[in-house]
Ligand binder design. Structure first.
Ligand SMILES: [Zn+2]
Length: 239
């Protein structure tokens, strides 16, 4: 199945926090979007890996994803090396996305910057014909390089290169985040508190999106960076 947009993220819930509004906006516009999580987030303090699989599936349904895959890399310890790059190359060639979204370039959690780096390198390598990979059917895959790659912004503040207006999709994004019920604030959950399980964390998510939104004159925005300069065909594409 060919996808229009494919998001790679180090942990299940990175996509929901970082770019679910943008994903929802493009699905509403008729685009096919998928997510490939690199790890199962098995080092998370709250919830079991099995619960996180269920939560990721529930969030995928809420967002309307065409695909949600998991590469099963080791949470906290996966490397940016040939073995991991080739597994990502196989996913890029399988789904042939026009646009790839990935983790923040640098962030509080070291998996985020490393996740962004391994995905960016794999997207480049995926376009090289001499790198041979086999698909699930056992047939050789065609080389494929996405036309554009953007990093969403996560915990640490990064000045975005562009901001997507996600105001109409804000409530749905929160619903997708709350699908990770073991991870975020839930007054009935007595598990140990973590950095992201306090009520203040969701206030921060709201405040960050209001700040990015304010910068472009809307209520809620999601910011992205791009290693390449952003080009437009018409000045009217800019809001
Ligand atoms: Zn993460």
């Amino acid at each position: 199945m060919k996808l229009d947009i494919l998001a790679f993220a180090s942990h299940p819930d990175d996509v929901e926090l970082g770019c679910a509004g943008t994903i929802l906006a493009h699905i509403a516009a008729g685009k096919k979007v998928g997510v490939v999580d690199l790890t199962r987030g098995e080092l998370g303090t709250r919830g079991t890996p099995a619960e996180r699989v269920e939560e990721a599936e529930a969030a995928a349904k809420i967002m309307g994803l065409s695909v949600r895959d998991n590469l099963g890399f080791a949470d906290g310890f996966f490397a940016n090396d040939k073995e991991h790059q080739l597994q990502i190359v196989r996913k890029v060639r399988q789904y042939q996305p026009d646009i790839v979204l990935m983790n923040a370039l640098h962030d509080r959690h070291p998996d985020h910057g490393r996740g962004a780096a391994v995905v960016a390198e794999a997207c480049f390598l995926s376009g090289l014909k001499m790198i041979k990979t086999l698909g699930d059917s056992g047939l050789e895959q065609e080389a494929w390089r996405p036309g554009a790659m953007y990093n969403f912004i996560q915990d640490r503040y990064i000045t975005p290169d562009f901001v997507v207006d996600v105001t109409p999709f804000w409530d749905k994004k929160l619903e997708a985040i709350r699908a990770f019920r073991t991870q975020f604030f839930n007054p009935d959950d007595t598990s140990p508190n973590t950095y992201i399980s306090s009520p203040e964390f969701l206030d921060f998510i709201d405040a960050r999106a209001r700040e990015y939104g304010h910068a472009i004159g809307v209520t809620y925005g999601e910011g992205f960076t791009s290693a390449k300069k952003i080009g437009v065909r018409s000045l009217y594409d800019l809001i």
